[in-house]
Write a new protein. Structure first.
Length: 227
């Protein structure tokens, strides 16, 4: 029988993936890399607040959360010899890769992901930092956790986003950071807002910190170049 982490973490991730990626409530996970959205999860499926778009921040939460569960399963002493460990690691690694691959395949604007990953026509598709930085942070974490699966192309992609966030203009002024506030973000209190949020998103700023800490650890692991 799986331990608590394996039972709740891996199983619940699989159930949510089935609904938000395949629009299906089956308890048996569909095969990886077979979705019509190239791995990106839909935002909200159900009768309340139905919103099937491919929201970048929601995909970041899903990938980042599964990476945290994966790291726990890989490192936790209680899971060291668990019979379910190998399968859980394989599942979570594939499911995270689906999401990152979907983000990488989506149209960028420039150096940032869109608020809704595949939206190039409506006002919901503006480039923003919250989903971009969290997905990039997850890619760098996975480069350390699963370097055989998340190779140099994932590091390069994440670093492109990181470098975009650190850009300066011709006057050597930061483009995306003003008085410690990183912009533009999605409205942290209203994901339906089509106006880029420029007065400060707490979660957006935190995601940027997560990106830089993931980059630091990638350098310490010898996988990212030291500046």
């Amino acid at each position: 029988m799986r331990g608590l982490v394996g039972t709740i973490g891996d199983r619940d991730c699989g159930l949510q993936r089935q609904v938000l990626l395949f629009l299906d409530n089956s308890s048996t996970p569909s095969a990886p890399f077979t979705s019509a959205t190239k791995g990106s999860w839909h935002h909200i499926i159900g009768p309340q607040s139905y919103e099937p778009g491919l929201w970048s921040t929601g995909n970041g939460w899903a990938a980042g959360g599964m990476a945290r569960i994966l790291a726990t399963i890989m490192k936790a002493p209680v899971a060291k010899h668990a019979p379910w460990k190998k399968e859980a690691i394989t599942d979570l690694t594939n499911w995270i890769k689906e999401i990152i691959d979907g983000a990488m395949a989506s149209p960028h604007e420039p150096g940032l992901l869109r608020n809704y990953l595949n939206d190039t026509v409506s006002a919901h598709g503006f480039p923003e930092i919250s989903g971009s930085s969290l997905l990039a942070a997850t890619a760098l974490r996975m480069a350390v956790l699963a370097p055989g699966t998340f190779g140099q192309e994932y590091i390069d992609w994440a670093n492109e986003i990181r470098c975009t966030l650190g850009m300066v203009d011709d006057n050597d002024e930061p483009v995306h950071v003003i008085n410690g506030v990183v912009t533009p973000a999605v409205n942290p209190l209203g994901w339906g807002d089509t106006a880029p949020w420029t007065t400060g998103s707490p979660e957006g700023n935190v995601f940027v910190v997560l990106l830089y800490s993931a980059w630091r650890d990638c350098i310490y692991a010898g996988l990212c170049e030291k500046p």
